[in-house]
Ligand binder design. Structure first.
Ligand SMILES: *Cc1c(COP(=O)(O)O)cnc(C)c1O
Length: 381
């Protein structure tokens, strides 16, 4: 059993994917071209936002937006403490200061109440200027975007939705990628919508921002190809990846998102009386980038992971270390105060295999093994 099985998807779509790759090879255009334009149009339509700007990966997608917003030294950018490193890395990379915000136990996502506290603290300290907030749609579940939007408006902060894990999630009828002043996603192979290498995209309804991003991602190009009007980067999505992604986007919209939700339902029904299962708030939809359960203690979590491994079931720990504990951020570390939830979560979370091609019998097998472990543990107590 694999944690996220990409081979089954390839087997199912082999003909279409191979044909898409062959078309690009036959034409001999490997940067830009109609595949990239077509994909951007279709991604924007799927998400329900005017502009989609593809780029090299999910990390650079965020960097590009922060560059367009002139985020730099002296600026504070608020990020959840419990997320992948990249969310805060891009802030520090541009010389700004990431301010870590604790998350909610139930949803793993940024706690709007803690966000407000963190903003107030920065204002009182008078060292940094609050500029932006990056809510993350962790494990496929959108952040509390409405509450965060209201707070951001109060303090005139820009909102960047980090939807690297969120593609396919929704709140009501609004899809992940449509929240905030801009949103980003990643096409890293293991994300809900992945390519066969690195890739990323930015979504926005802001015409001016879209224009700036098109320039920034190609060395700050101006209208005249030979005149560069600003300092940018080189961050493009390969034509081959765009061609592959088009086949995968069709599969995602056609049945994969529904299939992965079904897997989530099977897990929930089987596990709900054994462990803490993911909470999907009313009116929210998750694309289950991860299916993350919570155990009673670090010891129970670690032992269960080992037990599952012995049964051929890969289970992963996202995340072992909250951001405020990362060595690279040790200069910002003000001790462990204020991060109760992310500290506790990092000790007890365990992500189980999930993907659209996981069978009900496999989910039953995993649930049986978890049950077996818990019974065995209870006997020894
Ligand atoms: C994967 C991920 C990223 C970065 O995406 P890449 O394409 O790997 O650069 C950013 N934020 C979160 C929450 C992620 O999970």
């Amino acid at each position: 059993m694999e944690f996220r099985d990409l081979k089954q998807q390839y087997t199912k779509y082999q003909r279409e994917i191979n044909a898409a790759i062959q078309r690009v090879l036959d034409r001999g255009v490997f940067i830009g071209g109609e595949e990239v334009e077509e994909l951007e149009k279709n991604l924007a339509a799927y998400v329900g936002v005017k502009h989609c700007i593809s780029c090299a990966n999910g990390t650079e997608a965020m960097t590009l937006v922060l560059m367009a917003w002139n985020i730099g030294p002296g600026d504070a950018v608020f990020v959840p403490d419990f997320t992948f490193f990249s969310t805060a890395e891009v802030v520090a990379f541009l010389g700004a200061t990431p301010i870590f915000v604790d998350v909610k136990w139930e949803t793993f996502n940024m706690d709007p109440y803690r966000l407000k506290e963190a903003i107030e603290k920065v204002i009182q300290e008078k060292k940094l200027t609050p500029k932006a907030v990056i809510p993350v749609d962790l494990f496929g579940l959108p952040a509390e975007h409405e509450a965060i939007r209201i707070i951001a408006k109060e303090y005139a902060l820009k909102v960047l939705e980090d939807g690297a894990q969120g593609f396919g999630g929704r709140i009501g009828e609004k899809k992940a990628g449509s929240f905030g002043d801009a949103a980003t996603t990643s096409f890293f192979p293991a994300k809900p919508l992945g390519c066969y290498g690195d890739g990323g995209a930015i979504f926005t309804k802001d015409d001016k921002l879209s224009q700036q991003l098109h320039s920034l991602k190609v060395h700050g190009k101006g209208d005249d190809k030979y005149d560069n009007v600003r300092i940018g980067v080189n961050s493009r999505l390969d034509t081959l990846q765009a061609a592959i992604l088009q086949v995968k986007l069709n599969a995602f919209a056609d049945h994969e998102l529904e299939a992965v939700k079904k897997v989530g339902e099977w897990y929930a029904a089987l596990l709900k009386d054994m462990v803490e299962i993911p909470v999907i708030p009313v009116d929210y939809g998750s694309s289950y980038a991860q299916y993350t359960i919570k155990l009673k203690s670090r010891q129970q979590r670690d032992h269960l992971q080992q037990f599952l491994k012995g049964a051929g079931i890969p289970a992963m720990i996202y995340y072992q270390k909250p951001l405020h504990q990362q060595t690279a951020f040790s200069v910002l570390n003000e001790g462990d105060g204020g991060f109760e939830m992310s500290n506790r979560l990092s000790q007890v979370v365990l992500s189980l295999p999930i993907h659209p091609y996981l069978l009900k019998t496999e989910v039953e097998f995993i649930a049986d093994k978890i049950s077996e472990y818990l019974k065995q543990e209870a006997k020894h107590e």
